[in-house]
Design a protein around this ligand. Sequence first.
Ligand code: SAM
Length: 253
Amino acid sequence: MLERVDYDDRQHAVYSAGRALPAETARLWSEVFARWAGASKPSTALDLGSGTGRFTPILAETFGGRVYGVEPSERMRQRAEQDARHPGVQYLAGRAEVIPLPDRTCDLVLMFLVFHHCTDRRRAVAEIRRVLRPGGRVFIRSTFSDRMPDLLWHRFIPGARRVEQQMFPTLTEVTELFEAAGLTVLGLDRIRETAAPDLATYAQRLRLRAISTFEHLTADEIEQGFAALDRAVAAGDTPGPITMDSDLLVLGA
Ligand SMILES: C[S@@+](CC[C@H](N)C(=O)[O-])C[C@H]1O[C@@H](n2cnc3c(N)ncnc32)[C@H](O)[C@@H]1O
């Protein structure tokens, strides 16, 4: 079991810059969320593990209702309160295992790169079930260790793939947990987004180490990886844009 990453330690300081969402990517995810919400336009959504609020205002803009952003890291939440304010959004301290909302408050729960951080996944799923209204949806954007995408940075830092294999649950583990709580799998979507226009920009962003995987790598692994990446940038033979595939699991209550 990997040690828990506390976003109050280092990630909060680099996350906004290292994970900035270009307008085109924000639009892409908004369209994906709208497509999977279907006709059931959510009037209340929960961004669970909302971090710096990358997706919280996007949910409010996409659906027009109220959105709660629940986040355990005080410093990530402060960033969201500063930089991702929106009249429809309210940020709250809390975590998936203890959601600070009454029963049946939400039509939609989004967990974007959060589920693998939950220390008690069964309890988190029970809490999600509790706050969902009948007919509600759950969007889990995650990597699943049994269907890992081929990410470019893993080729330069092979240890990262090894760490992520341990860090992420399998698709079966996640679906079984939700099915046991009475939810149904509605779909699994593979989304391709542009990570950077070219390798130099990609390398620059990666150097911020705004991915929790880095907290489990040794200084040597990181240094060697960045040296290899710098050589590839100098060689100029990796064509841009750099794309990245990710999975979205959709469940219904
Ligand atoms: C990779 S970040 C994702 C943040 C945001 N969803 C995004 O995509 O920008 C993971 C976030 O999950 C939060 N987190 C960690 N454990 C959590 C838990 N048990 N419940 C809810 N959020 C948690 C972290 O503090 C961090 O802000």
